[in-house]
Design a protein around this ligand. Structure first.
Ligand SMILES: [Cu+2]
Length: 140
């Protein structure tokens, strides 16, 4: 490998590999009354790469803020708390789904009835993935 190619690999290798290896699919948002100020979103994120990917920011033009939450059982009561990041294992996936990890989406900027599409971007230091979440009832 010549010197230029080595430079390119070092400078851009991580970002390019991370971006290319990350995919998101099956995104959806639970239907809620139009006045609801908090919505729950779910998506499957897959990492085809050889290194773990950490995502710690979630953004959408349609929401004021989005946090990553998880659910836990507190003596029979399901509660939720914020988690700082999603870690997508190498050659693996993380499923955000009801009763587990989810996106907590605050302050919708427009009315989101069933069938609406919302574009969401998940970011980390080494990778970014943008995907579409559809407002729809959970499919069994
Ligand atoms: Cu939550």
């Amino acid at each position: 490998m010549n010197r230029l190619l080595i430079f390119i690999a070092v400078a851009f290798g991580t970002a390019v590999a991370g971006a290319a290896s990350l995919t998101a699919r099956e995104g959806w948002i639970r239907p809620a009354p139009p006045v609801a100020q908090v919505r729950a979103g779910y998506v499957v994120i897959e990492n085809a790469g050889d290194t773990e990917i950490v995502l710690d920011k979630v953004e959408s033009a349609d929401f004021g803020a989005i946090e990553i939450h998880t659910m836990y059982d507190d003596a029979g009561t399901m509660l939720m708390r914020r988690v700082p990041e999603l870690r997508i294992p190498a050659k693996g996936k993380v499923e955000l789904k009801p009763g587990s990890l989810h996106l907590m989406m605050f302050r919708p900027k427009r009315v989101l009835v069933e069938g609406e599409h919302v574009e969401v971007t998940l970011r980390g230091a080494d990778a970014t993935v943008t995907t579409t979440l559809v407002v729809k009832a959970q499919t069994p």
